[in-house]
Design a protein around this ligand. Structure first.
Ligand code: PGA
Length: 263
């Protein structure tokens, strides 16, 4: 299958950096990538700041005509109404968000988000023209009991059942044991699960969808290990947490081709 997927390096800031810090950070990141002559058509770079930063990021990106993409870390299943504290996909679209992270393991763990809710949120993103970055991944316990791909594939399956073949989604495979632990999966482990996820997309949405859907690896990604992941045929980028809060580190991850080329 000809691989035409443009890699995506996505920085999940989680609950870090306020709106003033977000402006300084995005400015520095854009300068760093510009100085390195980063080609955004060869590798898309996106940041996922907290909701309260998004307006500031939008203003900066549009005023300085930056090629950086951005998105939110969650959205409501509802489009509007009496849902105190929720954020509609319509509001995110109005801020020119391209993406929205859905079903991150921290949402699943601390906010009891089920696979069904994740599927509903994926549909909500689609209604507003946002590309959902659907996160799946097994815990250490799951890995021991069910092996590497059973749980992530089952989680994705619930989402895929709701989608049609022309759906535009990104999938992020994030083993829970690798998130924030400094203990990344090996490139081979990541490849094995990403290949299984792609096979499931092929069997539910068809080969065309499987061929164009980007599947990211996430969990303790840093500049020193990104090249190994990006050499894998089914890994199309990374969802980066901790290392996305350091401009130089995140910029170096985004320029992974230089490491791949020289490794
Ligand atoms: P990490 O987080 O890179 O700090 O492990 C990844 C994530 O939670 O998306």
């Amino acid at each position: 299958m000809a691989v035409t997927r443009v890699p995506l390096i996505a920085g999940n800031w989680k609950m870090n950096l306020d709106h003033l810090q977000s402006i300084a950070f995005v400015q520095k990141l854009a300068w760093s990538l510009r100085d390195a002559k980063h080609d955004y058509r060869a590798c898309e770079v996106a940041v996922f700041p907290p909701f309260t930063d998004l307006r500031s990021v939008q203003t900066l990106v549009s005023a300085d005509k930056l090629d950086l993409a951005y998105g939110a870390q969650d959205l409501s299943v509802h489009d509007s109404g009496a849902y105190t504290g929720e954020i509609s996909g319509a509001f995110l679209a109005a801020l020119d968000c391209r993406y929205v992270i859905i079903g991150h393991s921290e949402r699943r763990q601390y906010h009891a988000e089920s696979d069904e809710l994740v599927a509903e949120k994926t549909l909500a993103a689609g209604r507003h023209g946002l590309v959902p970055v659907v996160c799946v991944g097994e815990t250490a316990d799951d890995l021991e009991k069910h092996g590497p791909s059973a749980v992530p594939v089952a989680q994705l399956d619930v989402v895929l059942q709701q989608l049609s073949g022309d759906a535009d989604i990104v999938v992020a495979y994030e083993p829970v044991w690798a998130i924030g632990s400094g203990q990344a999966a090996t490139p081979e482990q990541a490849q094995q699960v990403c290949a299984a996820l792609r096979a499931r997309i092929a069997s539910t949405l068809g080969d065309e969808a499987a061929g164009r859907t980007r599947i990211l690896y996430g969990g303790s990604v840093k500049a020193a290990n990104i090249a190994g992941f990006m050499k894998q045929p089914d890994v199309d980028g990374a969802l980066v947490g901790g290392a996305s809060l350091d401009v130089d580190e995140f910029s170096a991850i985004s320029r992974f081709r230089q490491h791949v080329g020289t490794a």
